[in-house]
Design a protein around this ligand. Sequence first.
Ligand SMILES: [Zn+2]
Length: 501
Amino acid sequence: MNDSMRRVAAVLLVILGGAALWWADSRAAASASANDAMVATIAAARERAAANDSRLKGASRFEQGGWIYVHLEGLPGAMGYQHGYLLAPEIEDAFAAVSAGMMHSTERDWEFFRRAAHEMLWPKIDTEYQQELQGIVEGLRARTGSKLDVDDIVAFNAFEELPDYYVPWLNKQQKTGQAPDLKSPGNCSAFVATGSWTKDGQIVMAHNNWTSYRNGERWRIVFDIAPKNGYRILMDGFPGVIASDDDFGINSDGLMVTETTITQFEGWDPNGKPEFVRARKALQYAGSIDEYTNIILDGNNGGYANDWLLGDRKTGEIAQLELGLRAHQLWKTKDGVLAGSNWARDPQVLKEDAPQFDPANKESSPNARRARWDELLKENKGKIDVALAEKMLGDHRDSAQHQEEANERTLCGHVDGSPRGVPEWEWRPYYPGGAVQGKVTDTTMAGEMRIMARMGHPCGGDFLAKPFLAAHPEYAWQEPYLRDMKAGPWTQFRSGQAQQE
Ligand SMILES: [Zn+2]
């Protein structure tokens, strides 16, 4: 008997044993509890069998500082299996929260997203990522007996692009009457600095992730990926998703990558390649700013359109790639700082891809944070290092009101405290969203494949779900998924880390 036959036989034996037990017990009118016991026995046998799968070799997981660190290695299918297996409980939980949000905002059912994944996205995904996504399904099913299939996982991987880019485009195409007003998201505050701007003259890169607290509280994975092909990757990420997606990552050829999204972006190309695939591929295969640009532009579908902030530790050069669908622009410098807070600046991109955005409105979240980045970075020119960058990510200066107040206009966003919300992103007053975690690295750290990361608001403040929901019943639909988001400490992670250290 080969390994897999032996495993099947072992599981069968347990099932038969369990069934016999169940049959005997049911005659004693204790069928309910016996049935529970049988289910538990079968689940344990399945988990034991899955844990012996040779594809798990080399993979590992531990938790630290509120983060879950996962090491994946090898062929694409094996890395997917490891991902699905090691994060199975988190994937099922995150899938429930994310899919509920996608259906709620778009008023489309899940079948609609599965179809979009199957017919539109899947055929454009590179074979290696198809294998990785398939592997996630297999690992997940082996561990928990999950019913999710590859269409579910692909739609879920596209959670930043299908609801807010594809659906509004489709509604417009189909002239859907009374369609919900969907706006592309505004995720994140970030900067990358180099030359005379930083303390040691090398690159410093920092990013905090802005999203709903419902999703953001689950954005707590540190992925250490050692693929058979391409560069080693260290990035933050979301359970079940193959790209960082918020995005923050470094690779072993010295590339440093982050981004902030373009507010009020409009456009979608159904024939393009999903953004989550292009972003993952670029981080895995790009060794320079130009290579990164070429990979992410190849098959650009307009999904999750970002201002990419890049650094190359080998040259000390940084760059901003403003990636619209109809237009894009690349700026590079070896002495400067490039900041992002969800605004486009290239006239062509503004005109063709984000025509509704008003760069002159000082009161809006993107522009108020832009002004604050300008002020804060200039004040600290020549002093910027990792410790200072960590502090900047937790900044609460509202540049529109000229005062300290954590709200939608501060670099560390707390929109749940704002009676204004962020209308540009369709975030209503007191929307439970804002900065949900932060990461920082620099040239030295990137050379050693290290990052600093803090879970929760980068300022260290906690979000508590119960009092929030009591005060804001308009968000009651989120109640099953909205949890406390408590801040952890700034914590260091590095590639190849085997456990908490
Ligand atoms: Zn804060």
